[in-house]
Design a protein. Sequence first.
Length: 265
Amino acid sequence: MEWVEHAARLVETLKTSRFPGALAEALQAITPYDYTVIFGYVGSSKPLALYDDFTPKRRRLHVTEYLEGPYLLDPFFLATIDDTEEGLWRLREIAPDRFYQGEYYRSYYGQTGLAEEIGFLVHADRRLNVVISLMRKQKRFSNAEIRALKRFWPIVRTASEAHWRGFARDDEGGDQQTREERIEQAFHSIGQGVLTPREREVVEMTLRGHSAEATGNKLGISPGTVRIHRRNIYVKLRIGSQGELFSLFINAILNDNSAHTGAHL
């Protein structure tokens, strides 16, 4: 099927449940890849799972477990709240400088076994950002394949805006401010009453995958001072690795979500 036919099918399926599948089919016709997943992001609220073509086992990792908390450290999620420019992005282009050595990668993302993930970032409307992720298991996308996909970008953007505009109703994520406060609370609850405010800032930057150099630049301190803070954090929290720090963060998210849900029962 020629790309013009795919574009026509996208128009035909707008505002129907068939649109995401038609979009994935069109993208796979441009260049082959293994999986498509589409998430909608409304501020810092829990993402909306809009579409995927995973196997059940893959869906558990990429969707179910992702939504339990790891999404907060996902570079694509962070790109949506940092007002990153629309378009097609390689994960490594928007990830922190030590993403592939960070604990989010080691404890969660590395389990995917992906060779590469790229994503179209679309500002569907003033509330909703949509990320259409294309994933490969075996090899990275070539520069030629990226160029081919970018040529299709105007259609991806226009069709996605038309389809998902208004999808997040005014009451969708109405708890957004509270959710954002809970996210901050999850970061700050790690070592609350034990860590200093500066140490908690170092914890957040470390969990997001920033190096000592990047953290120092952000906080206005030297990399050596950042490393001293990290050693003190480990001693105070009685942990010995970033893996244990990551586990504390995920547990904080899960415990806070449980408490918030229970408060509404």
